[in-house]
Design a protein around this ligand. Structure first.
Ligand code: SAM
Length: 179
């Protein structure tokens, strides 16, 4: 399954840290990449630096025409999951989403907002999903959704071409520096 995160409404003057964390969570929890509707080279650079050091092939695309990205994604058969507190509760739809996307070639675009999300996103989405119907954070919503979708399998992903790798320890810190 290919998962890509579309981050809408990023305001470079106030959302840098949150959007960077959205990207890091997406990368760590099994997404292939993040598409950012606005331009922010700083966010792109930070996430690329992490990927260079810690491995994998996560991509970041900035300054995109997101409506066209969505249209193209759907035209090619991809599905769209919009995370919003106004949607259907994740517990009520996750089985349906897993069933409809269980083929290896399935593609899911996960849309998250910052400020108010335009109404056409609600229309184009195959699922509008609430990770509880209470307001909270795009980072938390994304993390929980990715975990429910992949049933925890993403937590054991091996990242290729890493310069550094953690050797898990009950106490202390051990990092292996690779050639
Ligand atoms: N005020 C904005 C609105 O009315 O759309 C939402 C702001 S919220 C901090 C930013 C993003 O977090 C939302 O666009 C949504 O993607 C995500 N989010 C927040 N709470 C959520 C929830 N309970 N379930 C799913 N996503 C949520």
């Amino acid at each position: 399954m290919e998962i890509v995160v579309l981050r809408l409404g990023h305001r470079p003057e106030r959302d840098k840290r949150i959007t960077t964390h959205v990207g890091l969570v997406a990368r760590a929890l099994g997404a292939r990449g993040m598409i950012l509707a606005s331009e922010d080279k700083g966010v792109e650079r930070s996430i690329k630096e992490v990927t260079k050091r810690w491995g994998g092939d996560f991509f970041v695309q900035i300054d995109t025409k997101w409506r066209e990205e969505l249209k193209e994604w759907k035209r090619e058969g991809g599905r769209v999951c919009h995370l919003t507190m106004y949607g259907e509760n994740i517990l009520d739809v996750i089985d349906e989403i897993r069933k409809e996307t269980k083929k290896e070639e399935a593609r899911i675009m996960v849309v998250i907002g910052a400020e108010k999300v335009p109404y056409d996103v609600f229309e184009v989405a195959d699922w509008n999903i609430a990770v509880s119907n209470q307001p909270h954070s795009e980072i938390a919503a994304l993390a929980l959704f990715l975990d429910y979708l992949q049933q925890g399998k993403e937590l054991k992903t091996k990242f290729e071409h890493a310069q550094m790798e953690i050797v898990p320890k009950r106490k202390g810190k051990k990092v292996m520096i690779k050639e």
